[in-house]
Structure formats: C-alpha cells, structure tokens
Design a protein around this ligand. Structure first.
Ligand code: UDX
Length: 437
C-alpha cells in the first residue's frame, strides 16, 4: 500500500516508520526543511528506543521517504494518515488549526480516490469536519473516506507498543474503507477493534481519562493512608489482586505529567461541557492531580517550617523516567514554588537538563551528578524514578547532605531499607521513617 503520513512529531514518525517496517511504502511529510533533511539520513529528531534502527533499515530498503512537499507526498498515496499535533488552548480545548491545514493540503493535492486515517487525538466530531473540508475543497470526481485510528503509545516504549499493543481501534462509517485500514494493520498481529468514527474518537479520550482517574484515585487513597497509618503500596497490591481492578497504574506518587493525560483530560471536560454535560468526576481527577504535584513541598514545609535559604536538591526532572520530555512535569510547579518560598534549588536529571532549562525558573542551579546536587543540601526531593536515582545507596544521602532528609515522591525505597540508615525518609502514602532532625 502507498501511504503518506502528514506530521512527523512523536505519533507521525513512529506510525510512518512502523508502517514501513510491516511492508508498506511510506512517505512522511513535514513542513520543517531541516527536520526532513535530518530524518532522510535516518536520524530521529526524538529519542525513542529502536526508532532510529528501524528508520535506517526502511530507508535502505526503499520503503521509507521524507519530504516537505505536500503535493508530491500526497498525490499518489492510496491512504493518507493525519498525525499532526492538537495542542491545548488556554481554555483547555484542542487547537485544530494543524488538522484543518492538513485536510486542506490533502484536498488540494489529491488526484485519485483515497482514504484519510486520523491518528491525531481529536475531539469527537472532528472527522466530520475533515469530511466537510474534503467535500468543499477537493475535486468532485474523487471519492474520499475518513477512518479514525487513534494511537495509544507511551513515550519511551512507542515502538514496542506499536508492535505489542493491546488493541488497534479502527472507527469507520464506510465498511470498505474500514476493511482496507484493517488490512493495512493486520501484519502488526494485534487484536483489531472495529467501531464507528465517533466511538473511536471517544475511546481515545475515555482511555486516557480512565488511566488518569486511576492515578488520582490511588493518590487520594494514599493521602488517607497517611492520615490513618496504612501503607499505600500494600493497599494497592491488595486491590490489584482483584482482576477487575488490575494491578497497573496504581502507583501512588506526585501525580501524572506528560503531554497526553493533562491535555486529554482537559479537552474531555470541554467536550462534555460543549455538549451540556458537567463532567464533575474528571474535573476532580484534574484537581487532585494538581494538588498531588505539590505534596513534597507541603511535606517539606510541615517538617522544616520556613524554606527560605534552605538548599533543596531535586532529583529527576522529566515527567517520567527514560524520556527528556518536560511537558506537565511535576518538577515545574515544585521548582517554581520552592523558588518563591526563597529556597536555593539544585537540580539533576540524567537526560532532561537541556530541556528543563526553559521550563524551570532561572534561579535553579543545574548539577552534573546526583552527588553534587545533594551535597550539603537541607532536603532532597525525589521527583522522577530514574534507575540511577532509585539505585542510589541511601548511605550517600546520609554522608553528603547537611541534613539527611529525603522526600520521596515516587516511593523508590522500602521502609525497611530506609530504616537501616541515619536519615529521615518521607514518602507518599506510607509512614515516615524518622531520625531526629
Ligand atoms: C500515556 C498513556 O499511557 C498512553 O496510552 C497514551 O497514548 C499517552 O499517554 P505517556 O504519557 O507516555 O502515555 O506516559 P505513561 O507511562 O502512561 O505515564 C504518564 C504519567 O503518569 C507519568 O507522569 C507517570 O509518572 C504517571 N503514573 C503512571 C503514575 O503516577 N502512576 C502510575 O501508576 C502510572
């Protein structure tokens, strides 16, 4: 199949490369000249395990190309994937400017019948809007059908997820178009779930909203555990034994971050509101998450009183381990508040420092090692559970800090382990391990 993919961001690039890997001829289109030049050499602009290897292989085997020209990319394509961004606007709604532009480019370039597959996360009804744009702007001799095919990739394992996902959702209102997109996806060997377009659009938002709800729920339980003296890890493990609940996404911590959960939960609240439904549950999920991101600061104030002139070490800055993505990372509001409170903030991340500089206040001092960051600190905050952070011997905190006081936002150490050291260890939803301060 000849496939064009519009947009080579996270979703577009992984989609294009994966479709080439299963045997299709793929041309990826992006407006950015420099980016297209880099990708044509087999270099990936994003860090994603295995992506570059697959790019190089499929370029060498002539199944993968990159271009800046919408016209040449689209004109011979049988199927065109739209994988452009739908960023969040200030009111929480999704900005559909890039979707509209992609649809117009397709309408102006298409010379024969084609199927448009929407990969971007779009509000319910957007595929109808694409259909209208095609109807108004493309040649009347051409038949175009729209299919919704949302992605469920996680950053850091996007290639793995593409070949090992739980399901591929295909939403089509035209039977044959749905069948063609199903046949394109068959080589992935993943169960395919067919539905109508609007339901497919909703599955994407509902899935992310549900996962976010699971996280906010367990975080609220952890807050109660702290009050009653229970241990959230034991509680989550006990809950997860019920297969109806499942044991994943029950890690309490300082909330979810990243590009999807925050954007998609806000957008779904807006979609509900626009349709005269007040989605109070999801609003609470968002509110709980905002509060949860500040838990370590609250705990530090309880224990230390004033934070003014206190040296505080932040360990891990990215929104989760194994990525340099800083979008919606808990480290951002934490660093902002600490600086406002007059603390001296020292920060470390194995890969995200270059990105973090533009997200964190300029007063933050970036360090090259964990040891430099915690040396002489009055408190350390564990924000992202990088392997390097998790595996740090607790004796290092005891040895290097001014006051050995560790606030762990990701429950990296067992309480038994922490109690073997002369330090005060305060985590999420678990009793404090205390040594006199
Ligand atoms: C998520 C979805 O998992 C994916 O299906 C969707 O396509 C995009 O959004 P991603 O943002 O890459 O993927 O990250 P994910 O691994 O799901 O983690 C999101 C956030 O939730 C992270 O900040 C993580 O720390 C947090 N999290 C996750 C928890 O706090 N507790 C958990 O139990 C799981």
């Amino acid at each position: 199949m000849n496939i064009a993919v519009i947009g080579t961001g996270y979703v577009g690039l992984v989609t294009g490369v994966s479709l080439a890997e299963i045997g299709h001829h793929v041309i990826c289109i992006d407006m950015d000249d420099e980016k297209v030049m880099v990708m044509s050499k087999g270099e990936s602009p994003i860090y994603e395990p295995n992506l570059e290897e697959l790019m190089k292989k499929n370029i060498d085997e002539n199944r993968l190309m990159f271009t800046t020209s919408h016209h040449s990319g689209i004109k011979n394509a049988e199927v065109i994937y739209i994988a452009v961004g739908t960023p969040q606007q200030s009111d929480g709604t999704a900005d559909l400017r890039f979707i509209d532009k992609a649809a117009l480019d397709i309408a102006h370039s298409l010379t024969s019948n084609a199927i448009i597959v929407t990969k971007s996360t779009v509000p319910v009804g957007t595929n109808d809007r694409i259909k209208e744009i095609m109807h108004d702007h493309s040649s009347s001799e051409i038949d175009v059908h729209i299919v919704s095919n949302p992605e469920f990739l996680r950053e850091g394992s996007a290639v793995y997820d593409t070949f090992n996902g739980d399901r591929i959702v295909i939403g089509a209102d035209h039977q044959e178009a749905g069948e063609i997109v199903e046949s394109i996806n068959l080589p992935f060997g993943i169960p395919i779930y067919r539905t109508d377009i609007k339901s497919a659009e909703m599955i994407k938002y509902a899935s992310n909203a549900f996962l976010a709800t699971k996280i906010s729920f367990i975080n609220e339980i952890s807050n109660i555990c702290e009050k009653v003296g229970a241990n959230i890890q034991d509680v989550a493990a006990g809950m997860g034994k019920d297969h109806r609940i499942g044991n994943e996404f029950l890690n309490a911590g300082i909330g979810y971050g990243g590009s999807c959960f925050s954007k998609d939960t806000n957008a779904l609240v807006q979609i509900a509101g626009n349709n005269r439904h007040d989605f109070t549950l999801l609003k609470s999920v968002i509110e709980v998450n905002n509060a949860q991101q500040m838990k370590l600061v609250e705990k530090a104030k309880d224990v230390m009183g004033q934070l003014r002139n206190k040296k505080i070490a932040l360990l891990g800055l990215a929104f989760k381990p194994n990525t340099n993505d800083m979008r919606e990372a808990a480290s951002i509001p934490i660093a902002q508040t600490l600086i406002k409170e007059g603390a001296e903030v020292y920060a470390y991340d194995p890969v995200a420092i270059a990105h973090a500089r533009s997200f964190l206040p300029e007063e933050v001092v970036f360090c090259e090692t964990i040891e430099d960051t915690i040396s002489n600190a009055d408190a350390a905050f564990i924000i992202t559970e990088w392997e390097e952070v998790k595996s740090l011997d607790l004796a290092t905190y005891e040895r290097l800090m001014n006051v050995p006081l560790v606030f762990d936002g990701r429950n990296c150490y067992s309480l038994e382990k922490a109690s073997e050291y002369e330090l005060t260890y305060i985590s999420i939803g678990r009793p404090m391990v205390s040594h006199s301060l």
